[in-house]
Design a binder for this molecule. Structure first.
Ligand code: HEM
Length: 134
């Protein structure tokens, strides 16, 4: 079975770039320096690593049958709102992951993959926004 574009892009990224953690947070903090302060206690990077791992888990599921991925994003949005991370910050993170994948894939980041990522960033944003009272 052909994998969907999100799964395919992450498989290629894993083969080519290995661990994407440095690239993702590099993009996120370069584009939104104020977000760095949220991680002042994450001295060993374990929170950032776990966040990215759960993000991948959620979107890989959402790109397939969506058995629990959307629910995971919704519950994390509620939990993060309590930490002071507003739902509007979720698409910034998703977008930074997209940018890191795009960089690793280069010309293999074809329009079909780009469309799937843009759709996924939108879904993550909509789920987060719908989970938290304005
Ligand atoms: C879809 C996006 C996100 C997912 C899936 C996610 C997931 C997670 C998970 C699983 C943890 C617990 C990690 C652990 O304790 O080992 C966590 C903690 C945390 N996340 Fe996120 N996160 C997301 C977005 C964000 C964003 C955008 C920010 C802020 C820029 C953020 C800031 C934090 C902080 C500060 C903690 C540590 C909380 C604490 O000290 O207990 N997260 N996140």
């Amino acid at each position: 079975m052909t994998p969907n574009p999100i799964t395919a892009s992450l498989e290629i990224a894993a083969e080519r770039g290995g661990d994407l953690t440095g690239a993702v947070y590099g993009v996120l903090f370069a584009q939104h320096p104020h977000l760095q302060a949220f991680f002042c206690n994450d001295t060993d990077g374990s929170v950032r690593g776990e966040m990215l791992a759960q993000f991948f888990e959620a979107i890989l599921d959402m790109a397939g049958g969506d058995y629990y991925g959307s629910a995971l994003i919704r519950s994390l949005a509620v939990n993060h709102d309590g930490l002071g991370v507003a739902p509007d910050v979720f698409p910034l993170f998703a977008d930074a992951v997209q940018a890191a994948v795009r960089e690793v894939l280069g010309p293999l980041f074809v329009p079909e993959i780009e469309r799937a990522w843009q759709d996924m960033v939108g879904r993550v944003h909509a789920l987060a926004a719908a989970s938290v009272c304005a």
